[in-house]
Design a binder for this molecule. Sequence first.
Ligand SMILES: *[C@@H]1O[C@H](CO)[C@@H](O)[C@H](O)[C@H]1NC(C)=O
Ligand SMILES: *[C@@H]1O[C@H](CO)[C@@H](O)[C@H](O)[C@H]1NC(C)=O
Ligand SMILES: *[C@@H]1O[C@H](CO)[C@@H](O)[C@H](O)[C@H]1NC(C)=O
Ligand SMILES: *[C@@H]1O[C@H](CO)[C@@H](O)[C@H](O)[C@H]1NC(C)=O
Length: 646
Amino acid sequence: MQLQSRKIGVLLTIQLWIFQFLWFDPILCDPQTNLLNKGCSQYNSTNLPVFYANLNTTFSKLRNQLAGPNKDLFSTAEQGQSSNPVYAMAQCRDYLSTTDCVACFDTAVALIRTCSAANGGRVIFDGCFLRYESSSFYDQTTEPGNTAICGNKTATSTNGFQTSVNKLLANIVSATPKIKGYFAAVKSEADGSLVYGVAQCAGTVSESGCSDCLSVAYNNVEVCVPKSDGRAVDAGCFLRYSQTAFFADNQTTNITPYLNSGSSKTKAIIGGVVGGVGFLILLGLFFFFRLRSKKSKKTTHKGDTLGATELRGPVNYAYRDLKHATKNFSEENKLGEGGFGDVYKGVLRNGKTVAVKKLTIGLSSRAKTDFESEVRLISNVHHRNVVRLLGCCSKGPELLLVYEFMVNSSLDKFLFGDKRGALNWKQRFDIIVGIARGLAYLHEEFHVCIIHRDIKSSNILLDDYFQPRIADFGLARLLPGDQSHMSTRFAGTLGYTSPEYAIHGQLSEKVDVYSYGVVVLEIISGRKSNDIKLEPVTQYLLEWAWKLFEEDKLMNLVDESLSTDEYDVDLMKKTIQIALLCTQSSVAARPTMSEVVVMLLSKGQQELRPTRPTFIDATNRIRGDTSSSSGLSSTATVSITQVSGR
Ligand SMILES: *[C@@H]1O[C@H](CO)[C@@H](O)[C@H](O)[C@H]1NC(C)=O
Ligand SMILES: *[C@@H]1O[C@H](CO)[C@@H](O)[C@H](O)[C@H]1NC(C)=O
Ligand SMILES: *[C@@H]1O[C@H](CO)[C@@H](O)[C@H](O)[C@H]1NC(C)=O
Ligand SMILES: *[C@@H]1O[C@H](CO)[C@@H](O)[C@H](O)[C@H]1NC(C)=O
């Protein structure tokens, strides 16, 4: 009896201790050095010892201000204007104590020193940030490369969470620019869901600059819901929401006086976003970005810069650097041939490995200007299932695009190539879901709808963890608008192209949905879509899949290299049916990519009733059932030689 109650007592004490440790200490005494973003730029200092001395002086100036009697939470410092200049800025979130602020700053200094001799760098923590450059950047607000960092846990109570977050963000984004010191910490409850939020701008930006920056941050961080945590980072501001308290209750800001008054522009932006009218705003943002990118063009660095330049948009590489990196575009470095040109592996001077694409499209000088702005747009696409465009080179004899390098090359190699059979079912299913997520992002979440037009297994790259990354997206946008689908060889690839696009050139995001369905069938069957030597009868993969579906023998489709005990038959069937749903003739009957993601991840059986599509075969004839809802005659002969291209 007594022992029992003592045990309970001990347990309670431990629990209380854990509770205190988890909830109180981190808020009241924690420099919050969870790293959100880091970048280093290239080294071009002329005198290294002088540069280091200047760097040390700026850092100690900053530290003195933060630790000083004024309890500053924001400071800037410069040193060495005549040679090897350093401009630096540090800022702590206002809810940190002076001790925590200095501790956070010290951690940031230690980390930024790992940039070694870079004459630019930044470190962004939850609790503070530090940045230095060789020229002043104090008025920068929103710069290309701004991004959201979403937590990886889903909110515990999703009911009302979204409303709660939106309301909170809208309020702090609207109020913060009007508050002296540009900081607000707010705790708010709506529909029974408690949310904490913080917004902050650099002390050196203007009120409208702060407002612009936070509007972009709001747009970025919104995609994190329903994750329980989300942050948006940019050159001039910071925005965060969380279901967990990350500042003490007595640190909250009363923002009521700053709401409903003041700049109508901000209110219009907030109102628009909250009202879900988003589109015009996004359009506005799109042009805003394009304008900004044009303006910031002068500051883009040349050469193999890293990191810090992310805040300044894509890198403009020097032609000779890329030529050197790819050993003069040697055969040995060639990774493959794509729709828009050959791809080479390149190693930059800083040791970073990249993929360089040599575009075969010739462009007029006007088109070259468009090219640069398109590159800027595309380089803003950040998604874990989409290959990152790092920069370009438009000054040399050819147009070059520089992408991050993917170790495991492309999906087709693992399905039909030399690494055939290497992927297990779990990896394959992850790839199926990942591609769907990447496409949903390009179609629906990025501020401009990007239709890929050439989804196929050789355009899906695999990263170190066999997660899929969509490559070659956005390139069709580089083609002049009047070039129809038929007059180019980039329009699509035989076996993957939807009938309405191949024949009539009708372009919509459902063109990608169709191709996606074909890729899923390839992943499941391990067979090429356009391989006509299929057993037992000569037919395309898609035709074969539909036949099996009609005969209720779907499991015959599954790759024999997958052992039957590694997959769930129901999930396998469901996945095949989703693929078939994507390849229906009727554009309207195909699901959107976000619907595909939901279907793939939802548990339980849905009723999926796909209807058989029209087929295009190698003899340039369409065949299929006559009930095809696309209205295509089943005997029409069309030329698709140009479409097939490769
Ligand atoms: C380093 O490069 C930047 C950008 O090209 C330039 O503005 C700066 O003056 C350079 N610094 C030195 C020390 O050469
Ligand atoms: C700058 O500070 C670092 C770290 O405190 C030190 O290792 C280095 O020697 C200093 N360099 C100069 C030139 O003062
Ligand atoms: C989730 O976040 C935690 C802490 O930041 C990290 O340790 C963990 O690896 C993350 N998990 C995934 C799946 O990313
Ligand atoms: C906030 O509350 C904590 C104790 O909960 C106290 O130590 C601290 O001084 C308070 N801060 C302010 C600004 O009142």
